[in-house]
Design a protein around this ligand. Structure first.
Ligand SMILES: [Zn+2]
Length: 284
């Protein structure tokens, strides 16, 4: 469903899947496409990505960089079919894949196990282990990954017995010439958001599963954030969206805020404090 068009958006966010970790009959899983000028970023590649990608009409060349936040299947389960689709679509230009470093051997082995060896693809995959806190130029945008505590509990329980498992998890700060965007992916604590909230944001794409919403709303209340898009809602919050909207509005007031659906195409406006360009407020 396309949102109403704003006059001059500085970028576009397409939500391929807004689901949480639980399988769902009405949501695909995490995958988000940012178009920022000529730069096209894909953040996560959860199960169902390929269906959403095909439905969007995007061609096989329309991702420059893929960033993978962590290795839960709702964020990476669509990886091999997505690559298979690029191969069948005759992609030719390189694809940059930024992933937790400890997971890259598994991702490479996964492509081989699913019969997608590098020599078959027809395009190179450039692998980049994520360096926490280091800005990475992605054409005309910059992406900085910050560690989150999302997998810390699992790490404590299983890292000794399973040293090959990668327990890294990241959120992302995405900056273009005119936009600053925070993308939480999955967090483990509200304090994980601090690096994203150091400066005003035009857009925050925030999960609503792993922290208590009142605590999260309280932290966001004083922040200069032009628009918040809520994704990855736990089923409790997803199944009663009217109540969720009331809670959000009561905590955060009338700022632009919406709960995203699969397939949404949302304009991103430059609207940080001091340079606000608000068009009509829309909430879904
Ligand atoms: Zn998740």
């Amino acid at each position: 469903m396309a949102a109403q068009s704003d006059p001059r958006p500085a970028g576009w966010l397409r939500c391929f899947g807004v689901g949480e970790g639980w399988p769902s009959s009405d949501r695909r899983h995490s995958s988000y496409h940012y178009r920022l000028g000529s730069t096209r970023l894909l953040v996560d590649c959860g199960d169902g990505l390929s269906q959403g990608y095909q439905a969007s009409g995007l061609g096989p060349e329309e991702v420059d960089h893929l960033w993978i936040s962590h290795m839960h299947s709702d964020h990476v389960g669509g990886f091999s079919l997505f690559i298979q689709g690029l191969w069948l679509g005759r992609r030719r230009k390189p694809l940059h894949v930024h992933a937790p470093g400890g997971a890259i051997p598994a991702l490479q082995a996964w492509l081989e196990a699913t019969l997608l060896p590098a020599g078959l693809l027809g395009f190179p995959i450039e692998w980049h282990p994520i360096q926490p806190g280091v800005p990475v130029e992605c054409r005309h945008a910059t992406v900085t990954a910050f560690p989150t505590t999302h997998l810390d509990g699992l790490r404590r329980r299983f890292s000794a017995a399973h040293p090959a498992i990668c327990f890294e998890a990241y959120s992302f700060l995405i900056e273009s010439r005119s936009l600053r965007i925070g993308h939480t992916a999955d967090i483990g604590h509200v304090r994980d958001l601090e690096p994203l909230l150091e400066k005003p944001l035009d857009l925050l794409v925030s999960e609503l599963s792993h922290v208590a919403p009142p605590e999260l709303f309280e932290r966001l209340k004083p922040c200069a954030i032009g628009q918040i898009v809520w994704v990855h809602l736990s089923s409790r919050w997803w199944n009663d969206k009217a109540e969720t909207r009331r809670s959000i509005q009561s905590a955060l007031g009338t700022r632009r805020s919406r709960i995203a659906n699969d397939g949404d195409l949302l304009p991103i406006l430059v609207q940080r404090e001091g340079k606000t360009r608000i068009s009509r407020t829309h909430t879904d």
